[in-house]
Write a protein that binds this ligand. Structure first.
Ligand code: SAM
Length: 356
């Protein structure tokens, strides 16, 4: 195969609504062939460190939201984060992802120091995923050595976004603009959406996929929306509704369709087979994601005493495992489908193409 025919908006919409098993099998096969051609058979591992569950935001979907008083909050120390980074090196990972709630107790200087230490003591690429911070913070962390930034835009429907993601007082939230800024100062940028947010239509999801293409993302993570009872969207009385027949289901199948279409639309992107997918199908969700377009997994290296407290949605996969168990499990799953574990940092193939 050479190149991928450009999918029109109509094509994307038709595939999102497709339910014929034979046609869908063709979509999986097509996405897998494109994945093989453009990013190869290696699966890169990113060690995920969930280093703080404090959050100042009131996102209607997320269990960490500031209003959830039932969460026992924690912040890992710099030494604990460094120990996780060294463990990731020991497992052969090329990247650590430092993720947290939007926690303003994490200062610019403190996180910059952690990034500097990881870069000085290890060969790891460092990805940050700490929410909407100021341009000054983001530029400072880049100067400290951070390589990549993950910030999902969650949905491209502005009205829906505003309802599920209330802004901080007086500060307009524009995640696509922030992603463009991050790209302009040299970060590899990652984004993504939740699938099946109450009120999300097929048209919205087609817009999301078109926005992936427009933003020219290096990484794209998508996973099903999973209701959490301690959030507005987890409660019957605070539900949002799409017009009849237009609500996107938050299903495993819909997630595979979006993973596959994302691969076809952004052939060079790094696409994870996400924990949310592994949560809706603990048996082989990760493997099916990898066979339908994905090329990345993010094994959790957060110490066990903190994992249960990072409950963004209920019954999250891998919550009771140690980092060693997650490593063995991922290795086994990748090898069971005939793929190899990636070597090195797994930098963006998109970037290499752009530079050429
Ligand atoms: N605070 C940072 C931010 O907002 O980008 C990073 C942490 S946030 C918990 C990471 C991602 O978790 C969000 O971008 C969102 O897509 C996902 N998430 C949160 N709640 C979820 C839910 N109920 N179901 C599925 N995914 C969820």
């Amino acid at each position: 195969m050479n190149g991928v025919p450009r999918l029109t908006r109509g094509d994307i919409l038709r595939w999102l609504k497709e339910n014929d098993r034979v046609r869908l099998a063709q979509l999986w096969e097509w996405a897998d062939a494109v994945r093989h051609e453009f990013v190869g058979d290696e699966v890169h591992l990113r060690g995920l460190i969930e280093f703080s569950n404090y959050c100042s935001r009131q996102c209607a979907y997320c269990g960490l939201n500031a209003r959830n008083a039932d969460v026992a909050r924690y912040r890992m120390s710099a030494d604990e984060i460094l120990a996780c980074a060294h463990q990731a090196v020991g497992f052969g990972y090329g990247t650590v992802v430092l993720q947290s709630g939007e926690d303003y107790g994490i200062t610019r200087e403190w996180l910059g120091d952690v990034v500097r230490r990881i870069k000085a003591e290890t060969p790891l690429a460092v990805t940050l995923s700490v929410g909407e911070r100021t341009e000054g913070d983001l530029a400072y962390w880049k100067d400290c050595g951070a390589d990549r930034y993950l910030l999902r835009f969650e949905t491209s429907n502005r009205a829906l976004y505003d309802r599920i993601h209330p802004p901080r007082a007086g500060i307009y939230s524009d995640r696509p603009a922030l992603l463009r800024y991050l790209r302009s100062i040299g970060y590899e940028i990652g984004s993504g959406v939740m699938i099946g947010i109450p009120g999300q239509t097929y048209e919205d999801l087609a817009d999301d996929i078109e926005l992936f293409r427009e933003l020219d993302l290096d990484m794209i993570g998508v996973g099903p929306f999973l209701p959490h009872e301690k959030t507005p969207l987890g409660k019957e009385e605070e539900q949002l509704w799409a017009p009849l027949g237009e609500q996107v289901p938050n299903s495993e199948l819909m997630t595979y369709k979006v993973v596959a279409l994302t691969r076809l639309v952004c052939p060079y992107a790094n696409i994870p087979s996400t924990t949310a997918l592994a949560t809706v199908n603990t048996k082989n969700g990760r493997e099916l994601g990898l066979k339908r377009g994905a090329n990345i997994v993010m094994p959790n290296v957060t110490p066990p005493q903190y994992r249960e407290k990072y409950e963004i949605y209920p019954a999250k996969a891998c919550i009771r495992e140690t980092a060693g168990m997650c490593h063995q499990c991922m290795k086994h799953r990748i090898e069971s489908i005939g793929r190899q574990i990636g070597k090195g940092r797994g930098d963006s193939p998109n970037r290499t193409i752009r530079r050429d």
